[in-house]
Design a protein around this ligand. Structure first.
Ligand code: R5P
Length: 310
């Protein structure tokens, strides 16, 4: 088994390889003057099972293309099995036609990964679970709920916890967390008048004097959770903690969070934000390296991955 790292999140790849006590495959990944990506593998990988770690985070198109080129290089170098390990699976938000004449980017990306030559995909908190069905190969979708539940049990001691789903799409994930930490559930009725803008219409559930735990898969502009936190505080919530797997954090999101009513934003390192959030006192990062490494180990040994979440 070998681990090859793309350039999107080298520190996560290093932590995973350290946990697995494996060296990263020696590669040369660079760009031509015009921006085209060049991938070269500098060691023999014939007959090996190779796990390529690459998030398709910003710059999404470059990182996605690099993933495809890595898979292609491995296939052409006679790797026996290629697993695309995609901690943050970008382009997942367009998973169906919400309005006419739009693309379904999640399906296109799954076709590209398949055609490049991957045999399996490992990812974390897919935006929509059904994206697994866009692939005709095994897809292991790892969950961060146990990680967040452990954090809450250790750091937020309260008898008044309530888990809040920031929109209809996050209900299942929120219910999972509520069950794990034995808390109530509230749901926010969010509407999107246009892409990138969100509006809270209503809160279903009693949040008065409660310590609210919002959980979601992605934070992008920050609008969804900032509006949610405002609405919860207005309804009498005591404080708001937010748990997000994929911290896209585009534009002015970090400053907006610092200025918001959110007490703390807990994110994971599926996307490398280490430089961006250095001064953001409200943001804390939990690493998913151990979870990903353990999943890779189990896939490699043909043992159960799902039992990781029992
Ligand atoms: C949408 O369904 C996702 O789960 C997130 O709620 C969304 O991507 C967050 O975006 P933003 O931070 O821009 O509101």
């Amino acid at each position: 088994m070998k681990i090859l790292s793309g350039t999107s999140n080298p520190s996560l790849s290093k932590s995973i390889s350290k946990y697995l006590k494996t060296k990263l495959v020696n590669t040369n990944i660079k760009k031509f003057a015009d921006g085209e990506i060049y991938v070269e593998i500098n060691e023999n990988i014939r007959g090996n099972s190779v796990f390529v770690i690459q998030s398709s985070a910003t710059p999404a198109n470059d990182n996605l293309m690099e993933l495809l080129l890595c898979i292609d290089a491995l296939r052409r170098s006679s790797a026996k099995n290629i697993t695309a390990v995609i901690p943050y699976f970008g382009y997942a938000r367009q998973d169906r036609k919400v309005v006419p004449r739009t693309s379904i980017s999640a399906k296109l990306v799954s076709n590209l990964i398949t055609n490049a030559g991957a045999h399996r995909v490992v990812t974390v908190d897919l935006h929509a679970g059904q994206i697994q069905g866009f692939f005709d190969m095994p897809v292991d979708n790892l969950f961060t709920t146990p990680l967040f539940a452990r954090y809450i049990k250790k750091n937020i001691r309260s008898k008044n916890l309530i888990c809040v789903s920031p929109d209809a799409g996050a209900i299942e994930r929120t219910r999972g967390l509520a069950t794990k930490i034995n808390a109530d559930l509230a749901i926010i009725d969010k509407r999107r008048p246009e892409p990138g803008k969100s509006k809270v219409m209503n809160i279903i559930g009693d949040v008065k004097d409660k310590d609210c735990m919002i959980i979601d898969d992605i934070i992008d502009s920050g609008g969804t959770i900032i509006n949610a936190a405002d609405a919860l505080i207005k309804k009498g919530a005591r404080n708001v903690h937010v748990f997000i797997t994929h911290a896209v954090l585009s534009g002015d999101a970090i400053n907006k969070i610092q200025r918001s009513k959110i007490k703390k934003l807990i994110i994971t390192d599926t996307i490398d934000n280490s430089k961006k959030i250095k001064k953001a006192s409200k943001i804390e990062v939990l690493s998913i390296a151990q979870l990903m490494a353990e999943a890779i180990k189990r896939i490699s040994n043909s043992t159960s991955v799902s039992s990781l979440f029992n």
